[in-house]
Design a protein around this ligand. Structure first.
Ligand SMILES: *Cc1c(COP(=O)(O)O)cnc(C)c1O
Length: 360
């Protein structure tokens, strides 16, 4: 067996300890003689898996009691529709457009109501975050929406926008559990888990209770009503049992590794190694304004497409894989999530340095 350093943006690297644990439990989960893949979602055993996962997530994020935790399907993209359907009382909301995911969320919302662009960084290919201290938020807006970490462009909100009293809704797919959060500052904070937490097919949505209502848009499908899911403890229908189980193991791993304060510290250390190198390199350049840089997704380029291609090819041969940038940006992107060891980032930087010396 030979494991690579996997810099994929998602689905992405998972902690090796977690994969080994899942392997150990694959045929016989805790003596019940079957795999989690084979058991009823209504069984006592699964009930304990989902309850424990929720409690561990609550501990990690310090989630206040007046927030519900929902384990849902359809990915983050399904939430792009569910959020306006459940929250748009006045049929109007404000969106901060900082990349493709926010743009898609805004476009989806505009099917159901008026989705106003409050600010955008499209003018410079989303390489920075717009000033969000005084957004044109109007009284009739039901919420303000951001994508906190922009997976494709590599920007990250370090301070949250001034929402002028409106509920903040945030997509945190690619920074989920990468740093501590004050959950009480959000109306909804949600993320697809396949970036930083677990296997694809699960989105976790943390929703303040008063936003879980009966009076949603009349055509809202039963499955997309937050109330349906909340009333049934995320078990209205069969959930993604496997992903919930693996996420539960990752939550335990995070707790055993010092929780989110420690995770943030490690993520800062790892990102610094890469950014420090980029800042002094004559060949490789980071594409994001310094103060808006993400700790999770680091896009960078050389001066030519040919050199980018050569770099990606040679890096792959060294076991440094999935470094190709998003098709809309080009160049390279290193996603260095929680489960990426520091040694992986060090090896990447060593290789970049060597590549720079032999190719200039
Ligand atoms: C990947 C990603 C999505 C889309 O997630 P799906 O689960 O595939 O729908 C949405 N938002 C962000 C920030 C992402 O990184």
């Amino acid at each position: 067996m030979s494991r690579v350093y996997n810099f994929s943006a998602g689905p992405a690297v998972l902690p090796e300890e977690v994969l080994l644990e899942a392997q150990k439990e694959m045929l016989d989960y805790h003596g019940c003689g079957m795999s989690v893949n084979e058991m009823s979602h209504r069984s006592k055993t699964f009930d304990s898996i989902i309850q424990t996962a929720e409690q561990d997530l609550r501990d990690l994020y310090n989630i206040p009691d007046n927030y519900k935790v929902l384990f849902l399907q359809g990915g983050a993209s399904q939430q792009f529709a569910a959020i306006p359907m459940n929250l748009m009382k006045n049929k109007k909301a404000g969106y901060v457009i900082t990349g493709q995911w926010a743009k898609k969320a805004c476009q989806e919302a505009s099917i159901y109501g008026e989705a106003v662009c409050l600010a955008s960084s499209a003018d410079k290919t989303f390489s920075y975050l717009p000033d969000c201290s005084d957004l044109p938020i109007t009284d009739d807006m039901d919420y303000v929406y951001i994508c906190k970490n922009n997976t494709i462009y590599g920007t990250h909100f370090k301070t949250l926008p001034n929402t002028k009293g409106k509920d903040l809704v945030a997509d945190v797919s690619s920074c989920f559990l990468s740093e501590p959060e004050d959950i009480s500052r959000y109306g909804i904070i949600y993320g697809g888990v396949q970036k930083n937490v677990g296997p694809a097919g699960l989105v976790i949505s943390i929703i303040r209770e008063d936003l879980i209502r009966d009076d949603v848009m009349p055509f809202t499908p039963t499955m997309l009503k937050f109330k349906t899911q909340a009333d049934n403890g995320s078990l209205y229908n069969t959930p993604n049992c496997w992903s919930i189980y693996i996420c539960g193991l990752v939550f335990k791993w995070l707790k055993a590794n010092g929780g989110l304060v420690e995770m943030q510290k490690r993520n800062e250390e790892k990102a610094k190694i890469l950014y420090d190198y980029l800042d002094q390199s004559k060949m490789f350049k980071g594409t994001v304004r310094k103060e808006d840089r993400s700790l999770m997704n680091v896009p960078f380029v050389t001066q030519s497409d040919e050199l980018n291609e050569k770099f990606i090819k040679e890096a792959t041969a060294q076991g440094l894989v999935s470094l190709k940038g998003h098709r809309t940006v080009g160049g390279m992107r290193a996603s260095i999530y929680n489960a990426m060891p520091k040694a992986g980032v060090e090896k990447l930087v060593q290789f970049m340095d060597q590549f720079e010396k032999t190719n200039s």
